[in-house]
Write a new protein. Sequence first.
Length: 263
Amino acid sequence: MSPRSSAGFVLVTAAALTAALATPSLAASNTPAQLTQAIASHESHTLRGLAQPGKVNATVSSTNWSGYAATGSTGAYTSVTSAWTQPTVTCGSATTYSSFWVGLDGYSNSALEQTGTEADCIGGKATYGAWWEVLPASESAYSGVTVKGGDKFTATVTYTGSTFTMTLADSTEGWTKTTTHAGSSGFKNASAEVIAEAPEVGGSVASLANFGTVTFTGAKTNGSNLDTYSPNEIVMTKSSSSAVRAQPGSISGGSFADVWKAS
């Protein structure tokens, strides 16, 4: 091959490579695994192992929730909202799960209307997703969305007098999902929560994925900062001991950090 022909071959190859890298199939390789409905259908976010449930403006423990819950009488809370940056999970070989959400009810009764995200390690691979749930049904994955570590989220649940509206927005990826539902049977709107969680998977509380730290900001209920309602601080502990799995920091101005401690 002559030098000129060789140079032409290099130019053509470079152009072909550039075109290949621009194709959707290769670009998609940079997207982490995403939550599917097949996975979501086995997950639920019911509060488990709550110690001293009758306390108010206190620190309590649970085996799967970590964060803050404002509690009150029936009808006390009609909206809850917060923002957070989606954590990037550190995965080993173990299968682990973590969820981040806002909701109404669920603290002192079996009702719960909520929406949020998750960051899991499934088969050693980071898997991210977005979902909504109305108990007693399992979690429902939002379809047609991409979630990545570092994405900026805002979640809101509002009761309008006849239905619940659950809205989740990812300002980084540029999508918003809204679901309207009649709510759980027997709902009371007696609590409002902002939570990091080890969800229940297949009927058992899952091992907690190492999410590092998630910081919730703009946490409000009924339009006011969550901390003005003297919410209960919930520390996630292991069911077999008092060892801490996740620990919320102090809440001020509707903001607090929640830190992973152990699976």
